[in-house]
Ligand binder design. Structure first.
Ligand SMILES: Nc1nc2c(ncn2[C@@H]2O[C@H](COP(=O)(O)OP(=O)(O)OP(=O)(O)O)[C@@H](O)[C@H]2O)c(=O)[nH]1
Ligand SMILES: [Mg+2]
Length: 317
């Protein structure tokens, strides 16, 4: 049986192997993904983003427990862009989500492959695809926000929760433009700390100033204590409320079209670049271009035009 067939039967070890193959950039993985694709599109994807240490992993762990009691299978993609600095973050996630490790209805995957061709958002969507095919009802993507990579990743999610903590007032001001756009639900975690109410109020005020159009979703601000499990059920309910809204609105069609276009374009870009790199490797073209550019004998625009016309001689401009 192929890996894809095993994954579709719910084989967790096969899924883990396929994800490793994807990570390693193995060409066979693409064939497996092709075979899986027609059977995906069933998982509901939730993005959890926010500043480092906001309690995202603790919250994901709690949400997972909450979805499990509601009979849902949960796949988790934990992205660790900070590994060069914190080193132990992935290990920390493993510990924080440890109680689910014996649960067949939960699959946790950490990703730290920044810099891979196609980038983290590509690996994330491929891994989410495998989790979907594996039969996970919910896929939670945890990522530190908010840089462009994270925004791209969060675009994969049907529902995005932005996690903040009390006393981030100035930071909120600084990043509000970005975060207000991407959040469907705002969470003030560590509500046991001083200033939680104020942070929640400030966020609500900023959200109200946005004049969301009639018929659009109005993001709420929720308070949680992830460590103690307070406010988790309410958050789960709100996520499900957003899902119901999302599934019944036009947003859904637009979302899918945009996401599919992004996937297609991303793969097209990666594939063309990979082909060009292979093509040029044989002739040492890049080296020659770089040298010639240093001597100002050639400009990069003409160099690219030349290589493209060599690769695609029949191209019509
Ligand atoms: N006081 C308090 N601490 C919390 C709460 N939730 C989480 N923490 C603590 O905050 C710390 C960071 O939690 P994580 O869940 O690892 O945070 P994170 O956002 O996933 O961190 P990164 O992935 O490294 O960005 C841990 O020590 C948690 O125990 C909370 O509700 N209250
Ligand atoms: Mg984390």
């Amino acid at each position: 049986m192929s890996l894809a067939e095993q994954v579709l039967e719910g084989n967790i070890r096969a899924a883990a192997r396929l994800m490793r193959d994807i990570d390693d950039g193995r060409i066979q993985a693409i064939d497996e993904l092709k075979a899986l694709y027609p059977r995906t599109g069933n998982a509901y994807i939730i993005g959890i983003t926010g500043p480092p240490g906001a309690g995202k992993s603790t919250l994901v762990d709690q949400l997972t427990a909450s979805f499990r009691t509601r009979g849902k299978k949960v796949g988790i993609v934990a992205i660790d862009p900070t590994s060069p600095f914190t080193g132990g973050a992935i290990l920390g996630d493993r510990i924080r989500m440890n109680r689910h490790s014996c649960d067949e209805g939960v699959f946790i995957r950490s990703l730290a492959t920044r810099g891979a061709l196609g980038g983290l958002s590509r690996s994330t969507s491929d891994v989410a695809l495998v989790l979907d095919a594996l039969g996970m009802d919910i896929v939670i993507i945890e990522t530190v926000g908010v840089g462009q990579d994270e925004v791209d990743i969060v675009k994969e999610a049907h529902t995005t929760c932005v996690v903040m903590v009390p006393g981030l007032g100035d930071d909120i001001q600084a990043i509000k433009a970005g975060i207000l756009e991407i959040g469907d639900i705002f969470v003030v975690n560590k509500a046991d700390r001083e200033g939680a109410d104020r942070t929640a109020r400030e966020l609500s005020t900023m959200l109200e100033m946005r004049h969301a159009a009639e018929g659009n979703w109005h993001p709420k601000v929720m308070k949680t204590e992830a460590q103690r499990g307070t406010g988790i059920d309410e958050l789960t309910d709100e996520i499900l409320a957003h899902r119901d809204f999302f599934l019944s609105s036009k947003t859904m069609d637009n979302f899918l079209r945009e996401r599919n276009q992004r996937h297609f374009m991303g793969i097209l870009r990666d594939t063309l670049l990979k082909k060009a790199l292979l093509f040029m490797a044989q002739s040492g073209y890049v080296n020659r271009v770089v040298t010639s550019m240093g001597e100002h004998r050639i400009d990069p625009y003409s160099a690219v035009e030349e290589i493209v016309s060599k690769m695609m001689p029949d191209r019509v401009d």
